[in-house]
Design a protein around this ligand. Structure first.
Ligand SMILES: Nc1nc2c(ncn2[C@@H]2O[C@H](COP(=O)(O)OP(=O)(O)OP(=O)(O)O)[C@@H](O)[C@H]2O)c(=O)[nH]1
Ligand SMILES: [Mg+2]
Length: 301
């Protein structure tokens, strides 16, 4: 089971792995750690898109620990360990012991919010949870229909209203229903928005507020969906989102279609939010709980 998951993530990260292959090869060399080695290490970390801060930190620590020493695989272990340490392993969803756990999902247009919600609903349903979804994107034409198709396919219930209606009202109704009918999970979709669109950011705050009045401690999770193909450019957007709503974690999507998976290190460092899930494809089972050790092993193993 673990092996199958590892292979799947490894395959999903294929293009990023290509970018990390220089680093992987370097770490497997045996001999003395000298200035050339350190320069090469710096170059390959940088090329792998892990970000300047992480790169300098790793190079410096390797220099301190290994300069002029003969090494035999220990640098490889050391660097992998440091990369792992940079990433907090996602704790997954923090479930409430009683009553519905509310998960609000936000992000810019096309980041992969709705698809990730479908994948998450599918995953949670398979774990035996009673899942309700709220079609809080009443803005984009066909958004409700897209979510309806997904929910029908998965077999989970959906609360929706007409396009153009108030998304906070949809969230409100969904909370009522989740409480009344004993759902374990309520996942609220939202329209894509840019942090520069003040009215839409206000709307997101409103959804947040309405949900918090309906259910104790809600939203229990606010997942920010970031498009992995944007690499480190996703960071600025995320910083702005964080200012408007308190986020609890990140879903990093589309890692299967990009070589920019190394940006996860910079994302974690700059945002100080755990990556909770990664998207590695368009199918329902292409969302994986993020695990730092598996990720680093998949990049360099
Ligand atoms: N390859 C790949 N494609 C993905 C992944 N996640 C989402 N997509 C695709 O990205 C596109 C946009 O996904 P949506 O889920 O509609 O994105 P959204 O954030 O809800 O978009 P808006 O509601 O318009 O803001 C779709 O074509 C998805 O199939 C992923 O992990 N891998
Ligand atoms: Mg959507």
């Amino acid at each position: 089971m673990f092996r199958a998951l590892y292979d799947k993530i490894k395959q999903g990260l294929g293009r990023t792995r290509d970018l990390f292959s220089g680093l992987a090869t370097l770490l497997r060399l045996r001999g003395k750690v000298d200035k050339d080695f350190l320069a090469e290490l710096e170059k390959s970390l940088y090329r792998a898109d892990v970000g300047t801060a992480t790169t300098s930190q790793i190079v410096e620590r390797v220099r301190q620990a290994f300069l002029d020493k003969e090494v035999d695989g220990d640098v490889e272990v050391f660097v992998k360990e440091m990369l792992r340490e940079q990433l907090t392993t996602g704790t997954g969803i923090n479930f409430r012991p009683v009553g519905p756990t509310v998960i609000l999902v936000a992000g810019v247009n096309g980041a992969g919010k709705t698809t990730s919600i479908a994948k998450l609903a599918y995953r949670l349903k398979n774990e035996g949870k009673k899942v309700l979804v709220a079609a809080g994107d009443t803005f984009r034409a066909a958004a409700v229909e897209q979510l309806t198709i997904w929910c029908d396919r998965i077999g989970v219930d959906l609360v929706k209203n007409a396009q153009g209606s108030d998304p906070a009202a949809v969230a409100h109704d969904a909370c009522d229903r989740a409480k009344a009918r004993g759902y374990d999970i309520l996942i609220v979709d939202t329209a894509g928005r840019l942090h520069t669109q003040t009215h839409l950011m206000r709307e997101l705050e409103k959804i947040h507020r309405v949900v918090s009045k309906q259910i104790d401690g809600a939203p229990h999770e606010v997942l920010l969906v970031l498009d992995g193909t944007n690499g480190q450019n996703a960071i600025i957007q995320a910083e702005q989102f964080k200012k408007t709503v308190k986020c609890t974690g990140i879903v990093l999507t589309k890692l299967d279609g990009t070589a920019k998976g190394g940006a996860i290190f910079a994302i974690k460092q700059k945002l100080d939010l755990p990556v909770k899930f990664i998207g590695i494809g368009e199918k329902l089972d292409d969302l994986e709980a993020f695990d730092a050790e598996t990720y680093v092993e998949a990049l360099l193993g």
